[in-house]
Design a protein around this ligand. Structure first.
Ligand code: DGL
Length: 260
């Protein structure tokens, strides 16, 4: 069975690595719509149109049995369209707002996401449904997805830029401080150690990747899948990825899919 894991760029690799651990017998195709990166800046309607075109092509080409949309920005708008178009399961990435509301002791949580995710009704309705009794601060990070990609590819970080992107997450009001930050973009977990170093006080940085993988696994048919030596693939909509990306992908055990 082929599971297609989709993101605008490299962030969905945070979900792929968890999905691989939980579903070792499946073949994975990782897709980055890098020709349209970053999604965080797109208007919703134009982005839906673009993604549906890309998915038509991907489904014809890779014949997946499941799609994991490993991107919060995309998931906030695309899931109903994909589910009505395709018969196989489509798993989305939902900001872990419910879990954050359950975990917080101080009553202050923050949601760090792309500008797109922060604006969407989808995110706002998660807050009113699951976090109406806590204070939620939505923080739109303009550059963090790009900063995370740069770090993944080079190991280098612009700490000042990361610091200014996270500083609004920290609320200190009447002696109560933010204690949970939801990483509501799949790129962000790759910088968690950097956030920890830069944070004015310790918080729980919530990465939903494992929960997404568990949900995906629960939707697949039961039964032990034999672990087969199958080559997992990566496909980039912008064409053959550059040398740094190729190196990263081979570290993740992904071969570049042939151009067609
Ligand atoms: N990885 C994507 C997400 O989870 C967003 C990155 C982008 O802006 O393209 O939201």
């Amino acid at each position: 069975m082929t599971v297609l894991v989709f993101d605008s760029g490299l962030g969905g690799l945070s979900v792929l690595r968890e999905a691989r651990i939980l579903m070792p017998g499946h073949r994975f195709v990782y897709v980055a719509d890098d020709a349209a990166f970053p999604y965080g800046d797109w208007e919703a309607e134009a982005l839906v149109e673009r993604m549906m075109e890309v998915f038509e092509d991907l489904v014809t080409r890779f014949e997946p049995s499941m799609i994991i949309v490993a991107c919060n920005t995309a998931s906030t708008i695309i899931l109903p369209h994909l589910r009505s178009r395709f018969d196989f399961p489509v798993v989305g990435t939902v900001p872990a707002i419910k879990l954050a509301a359950e975990l917080t002791a101080s009553g202050h949580i923050s949601v760090l996401a792309t500008p797109g995710t922060v604006q969407r009704d989808y995110t706002r309705s998660l807050i009113s449904e699951f976090a109406s009794t806590v204070n939620v601060r939505l923080v739109g990070a303009e550059k963090m997805a790009g900063l995370a990609e740069h770090f993944m590819l080079t190991g280098e970080t612009d700490t000042e830029a990361v610091k200014s992107e996270i500083e609004d997450c920290f609320v200190d009001q009447y002696g109560a401080r933010t204690d949970v930050v939801v990483l509501a973009c799949t790129h962000y977990p790759f910088l968690t150690n950097v956030y920890r170093r830069l944070a004015p006080w310790p918080v729980d940085w919530l990465n939903p990747a494992e929960a997404i993988a568990r949900h995906a696994k629960s939707l697949l048919p039961d039964g032990d899948q034999p672990v087969k030596p199958i080559q997992d693939l990566a496909h980039f909509t912008g064409g053959k990825p550059d040398v740094l990306r190729q190196r990263l992908l081979s570290g993740f055990g992904l071969a570049i899919a042939d151009a067609h």
